[in-house]
Ligand binder design. Structure first.
Ligand code: GCU
Length: 690
């Protein structure tokens, strides 16, 4: 009889369990490992599940920096050595507490437990066992039979990462095969499923052109890295196609849909082939990947467009004259560029001050004095611009000057090894893009020529304000604009170009307040490429600059966006999301909706002289579009009585145009800043700065 009851009881239990299982479609996931596992489940993963309408209980039990051996040892000792937190129903994470692994395993009826070893060990097969075997035994004993145990595959580090690199020749390409082979071997050995984030990262690196990387050392960044990780985790766990949810899940950290789609695509292919990366690039070169749209280089395919008129107010009424232009329209235009393109910047900070830290009165055999001045942004002295100045010796009065944002560091400007380098805060940039050697880009900056023509040359490194890679606006001076508790810019707050332009204005503060050898009223901004965009934007906002020169500044610099020739708004936002405010994304494939175009950026410099330089071989930057910005800015110069260009016809190469407060040339050759360019700029400056 007893046996019958037992049997009946067992049958009832089974039935209720089946019913329960049918009713409860929540997936319960515990991520065991170290900090990388905690990041994986807490960042974008909850949002991904929510977008897919999949109920989930997520938790992590982690021991920082630990590998399988350490985790197994701790688990078996019963020590409360794991930090544990769980996503509760109301969307908040419970306060992290110290628990034993046994307690974490007992806290829920887990459907999935993921296991993760320390990221460097993930590439060393000999480090995996016996730790993993012991850990598995421990977990299996304490979880339902049906539990799925998954191997969380980590990723190769960022190139140049200083940690744990010796074995991989400082190259993530070398680290990947070992991670893949190790995870494959142990998944097979223990019949584990895999969460192939490492493979997805490897595919992304090879398929998608990014500036910088999606990892910092061993951590994924909070934008594309976090998204890709969530997409991979989600698909590996649910079997649902991660690509189907990129519209539904668009976190503010990754508003660019091209990037979301690419991340999900890499996740999807990694789930199909977890131990082999997939190259999805079109093979058309660094910037022309299919994902970002192939560039158009055919003039006949430039679409019809209508440019906004700089001399028409937002309400449609015409600007009546200089007074209204300066008093109202300029402000309107600046506001549009700020809120829709580059982002708003804050005012200068309290306590800004300056210190001259180096001086060499004998630079170039006595031709000039070289100084290094630290421009501290506030009294804390936490951050500063290291401005390098060369002022010609023996001039009668204060020198007119060029101020240039350099993109590889002051040391790259000249071979003089007395130039200080690197500063602590610059390391993050150098580690990602490489350390320059002294004078590496000296051909960009013919200092003796510039000095001999009676000009001072002032320069600083972009990364003093903001390192140039997509990190979700975490580094650099972005926080200067944040309110308390804010960690990410609002859609209309500054990207890197605004931050760099802000730095140029801080240099102008110094020129006005901290020295007398340079004539602060005779300073031209100048820059090449991204720094050319910055040179225009800095001068547009800060009228203390007497002139602006943009060299090969291209898309979002001098080139008309509506032409969609070469680089487009879509491409630039996709490859360089850090440069702009996030509102700019709205205009990808939607240039006609832009409330401004780049000729209005040029117009904002009026009535001050402006010069645009192009190169025939720099089609990516749309040389003709760069010229047309000048053409369409002329109406504003005309209001001041300046005739602008001598002709509206795009000139041939080597026929520079020096007009009235406007200059233009297109030279032979490629995307670069050459002696030929400088000759033209110096001739132009001689007219207006002397
Ligand atoms: C890339 C980018 C351009 C930019 C250039 C540079 O080519 O697409 O927009 O001007 O880099 O800064 O060198």
């Amino acid at each position: 009889m007893r046996n019958v009851y037992k049997l009946l009881f067992a049958a009832a239990l089974l039935l209720s369990q089946t019913l329960f299982a049918q009713k409860d479609d929540t997936i319960r996931i515990l991520a065991v490992g170290n900090g990388l596992s905690a990041e994986a489940v807490t960042r974008d993963l909850p949002g991904y599940f929510e977008a897919a309408g999949q109920k989930v209980v997520l938790a992590y039990a982690v021991r920082l920096s630990s590998d399988y051996a350490k985790q197994a040892e701790l688990a078996r000792s019963g020590a409360e050595g794991f930090s544990y937190s769980k996503l509760s129903g109301n969307g908040t994470w419970t306060e992290e507490r110290k628990v034993s692994l046994a307690a974490a395993l007992a806290d829920e009826k887990w459907d999935i437990v993921s296991l993760q070893t320390q990221s460097a060990q993930a590439a060393r097969r000999e480090s995996i066992d016996p730790g993993l075997g012991q850990l598995l035994k421990f977990v299996r004993k304490r979880t339902p039979k049906s539990v799925r145990i998954m191997y969380f595959q980590t990723w190769p580090y960022a190139n140049q990462s200083t940690k744990h690199w010796m074995a991989f020749g400082h190259n993530n390409v070398n680290m990947y095969p070992q991670i893949a082979a190790t995870s494959k071997e142990f998944c097979e050995k223990y019949s584990l499923e895999v969460i192939p984030v490492g493979t997805a990262i490897r595919s992304l690196r090879t398929s998608f052109s990014m500036q910088g990387d999606i990892t910092y050392g061993d951590h994924l960044n909070k934008t594309m890295g976090a998204y890709l990780c969530a997409a991979t985790f989600f698909e590996a766990v649910t079997g649902l196609d991660a690509r189907d949810y990129t519209d539904a899940y668009a976190p503010y950290t990754l508003e660019n849909h091209v990037r979301r789609e690419m991340a999900a695509k890499c996740a999807h292919y990694a789930c199909l082939k977890p131990f082999e990366f997939t190259n999805m690039s079109s093979g058309t070169g660094t910037y022309g990947s299919v994902e970002a749209g192939l560039p158009n280089y055919d003039e006949t395919l430039v679409p019809q467009y209508t440019l906004p008129d700089p001399l028409v107010m937002n309400d449609g009424s015409p600007v009546k004259g200089i007074e209204q232009w300066e008093g109202e329209r300029r402000e309107e235009l600046l506001e549009l560029f700020r809120s829709e393109v580059y982002g708003h910047s804050p005012a200068r900070r309290e306590g800004q001050h300056y210190k001259i830290v180096k001086e060499d009165p004998n630079a170039f055999g006595g031709m000039a004095t070289r100084r290094e001045v630290l421009i501290y942004f506030d009294s804390s002295e936490d951050r500063y611009i290291r401005l390098m100045t060369y002022v010609p010796n023996g001039l009668e009065g204060p020198a007119p000057a060029f101020l240039l944002l350099n993109t590889s560091g002051n040391a790259s400007v000249n071979e003089d090894t007395n130039i200080s380098y690197p500063d602590e805060h610059q390391l993050i940039q150098y580690e990602i893009h490489g350390f320059p050697y002294y004078g590496q880009y000296r051909h960009f900056y013919p200092l003796e020529l510039i000095l001999s023509r009676g000009y001072a040359f002032l320069t600083f490194f972009k990364s003093d304000c903001d390192p140039d890679f997509d990190d979700g606006f975490q580094n650099g001076i972005h926080p200067y604009i944040y309110k308390e508790g804010q960690t990410f810019p609002e859609p209309d707050q500054w990207g890197s170009i605004s931050a760099w332009a802000w730095g140029m204005s801080r240099v102008m503060d110094y020129l006005e307040e901290g020295q007398t050898e340079v004539n602060a009223a005779k300073v031209s901004t100048i820059g090449h490429s991204r720094a050319g965009k910055t040179a225009l934007w800095a001068a547009a906002q800060d009228t203390r600059f007497a002139m602006a020169i943009s060299n090969c500044s291209g898309c979002s610099g001098a080139a008309i966006a509506r032409r969609r020739y070469g680089q487009t708004v879509r491409q630039i936002n996709t490859t360089f999301p850090q440069w702009f405010c996030r509102n700019y994304i709205k205009y990808m494939d939607n240039e006609d909706a832009l409330p401004v175009d780049q000729h209005e950026l040029v117009a904002l410099i009026a009535p001050r002289p402006v010069y645009v330089g192009s190169a025939a071989g720099d089609r990516w930057a749309d040389p003709k579009g760069e010229f047309l910005s000048l053409v369409h800015a002329q109406s504003v110069y005309a209001m001041y009585g300046y005739s602008g260009l001598p002709s509206d016809e795009w000139p041939d190469v080597r026929h520079p145009m020096i007009g009235d407060h406007m200059g233009y040339h297109i030279r032979l050759g490629r995307h670069s800043l050459t002696g030929y360019d400088w000759d033209r700029y110096l001739d132009f400056a001689d007219i207006y700065l002397k």
